[in-house]
Ligand binder design. Structure first.
Ligand code: FES
Ligand code: FE2
Length: 402
């Protein structure tokens, strides 16, 4: 049984503007608390509609440790289920994108229809009711070709996010895209360290030389112009093209279109597009980056020629799995229009560099001499936003379960 009083006391200890008390990065009980209070209640970006192109398409993944599967039904509707068999709980569908006419549990072959109903369970006793043993549903929403799931009974209101993100992302035509490449990294660090790192570019100029070539590493919060004439000119050009730039935010999300560095048009190692077939034809694909981010786990950048998404999921107190995906236009042909090595190099390098930073951070946070340190109010604004959101959400859970 989790000691919620202890977690509340630790939250009370937090100094505003400072990193969290040590236990939030090291403690197994707080890790368990996070899975339920944070990841179990938030909207999580699960993937892209193009990963489930036809009836019978499935996409299985984890929210924290909890397996979830998305299924495209025969009626074309996308549904989500807890990916846990109603017999003895085995994971029914293996992680990743697949196709099957039914969802058959590999353990004792219970078979579920694409809408989650239990169709077949052999050798069960008289009176066993299959209707009571369908897969348990989870909430699913889509917006601009991206799929979001929430495990909570009563999810946060999705509509304001959808209403904002759809017009911002629509020009990138994600329903006509494909996943060109994906990879996972296992980071030996608490998920909050991975996210704090992902929300700041204080470290970028020195630790991400490749990213710093195209990404404005000294950008203000949400890439606001702050009177910068280059950003103002970019915003005016986007306005003329009909592309909303924001910046805009809600409690658990943020979105902005911002200009890449002078002379670059894509987030690649050389600043040049990596795919000849554009996802966004508007402005010849020279449209900066449309970045959106959801607490507690992701960010994505949609540039003219491709899209990159990053998702960090907690798997153990000091282990986080990062999933990275690269999308291009569905008609782009590998070898002719794009080359995976060029497409993926920037974020492959950046993710590996970040893995080293997160692991180094975790090693130091274990120190007997660790005390919470101050964030920069200039360079770590979005990290503070994340940590404040975490504390607020954790408190909300404690209040609701007091
Ligand atoms: S656990 Fe799935 S069929 Fe037994
Ligand atoms: Fe980084």
């Amino acid at each position: 049984m989790l000691d919620l009083g202890r977690i509340r006391a630790l939250l009370d200890e937090r100094r505003p503007g400072h990193t969290l008390p040590q236990a939030f990065y090291t403690d197994a009980d707080i890790f368990e608390f996070d899975l339920g209070a944070i990841h179990g209640r938030a909207w999580i970006m699960a993937g892209f509609e193009v990963e489930l192109p036809r009836p019978g398409s499935t996409l299985a993944f984890k929210v924290g440790r909890s397996p979830v599967v998305l299924v495209r039904g025969r009626d074309g509707v996308l549904r989500g289920f807890h990916n846990s068999c109603r017999h003895r709980g085995a994971q029914v569908c293996a992680d990743g994108a697949r196709h099957s006419a039914r969802l058959v549990c590999p353990y004792h072959q219970w078979a579920y229809d694409l809408d989650g109903r239990l169709l077949l369970a052999q050798r069960m006793h008289e009176g066993f009711d299959p209707a009571e043993h369908g897969l348990r549903p989870v909430h699913v929403e889509t917006a601009a070709g991206c799929i979001y799931v929430c495990l909570a009974d009563a999810p946060p209101d999705f509509a304001p996010f959808r209403d904002t993100i759809e017009p911002m992302l629509a020009p990138h035509d994600l329903l006509n895209a494909k996943v060109a490449h994906q990879c996972t990294l296992v980071e030996r660090g608490n998920w909050k360290l991975a996210m704090e790192n992902a929300r700041e570019c204080y470290h970028c100029a020195v630790r991400h030389p490749e990213l710093a070539m195209t990404f404005p590493v000294r950008a203000k919060k949400h890439f606001e112009s702050g009177g910068d004439p280059r950003i103002e000119a970019f915003n005016a050009r986007m306005d003329a093209l009909g592309l909303p730039v924001g910046p805009t935010e809600g409690d658990w999300w943020q979105a902005a279109r911002f200009p890449l560095n002078e002379g670059t048009t894509s987030m690649t190692v050389d600043g040049k597009p990596s795919c000849a077939r554009l996802m966004c034809e508007t402005g010849g694909g020279d449209v900066g980056s449309m970045r959106w981010a959801l607490e507690p786990h992701m960010f994505a950048h949609a540039v003219g020629d491709h899209l990159f998404s990053f998702s960090a999921m907690p798997t153990a107190p000091h282990e986080t799995v990062v999933t990275a995906k690269w999308l291009v236009h569905k008609d782009a042909e590998e070898g002719r229009d794009y080359d995976i090595a060029h497409l993926a190099e920037l974020w492959d390098r950046t993710n590996q560099q970040d893995l080293e930073l997160v692991e180094m951070n975790q090693r130091g946070v274990f120190s007997a001499g660790y005390v919470p340190g101050p964030y920069s109010n200039d360079a770590e604004v979005l990290t503070q936003r994340f940590v404040n959101w975490y504390c607020r959400t954790a408190r909300g859970y404690l209040d609701a379960n007091a």
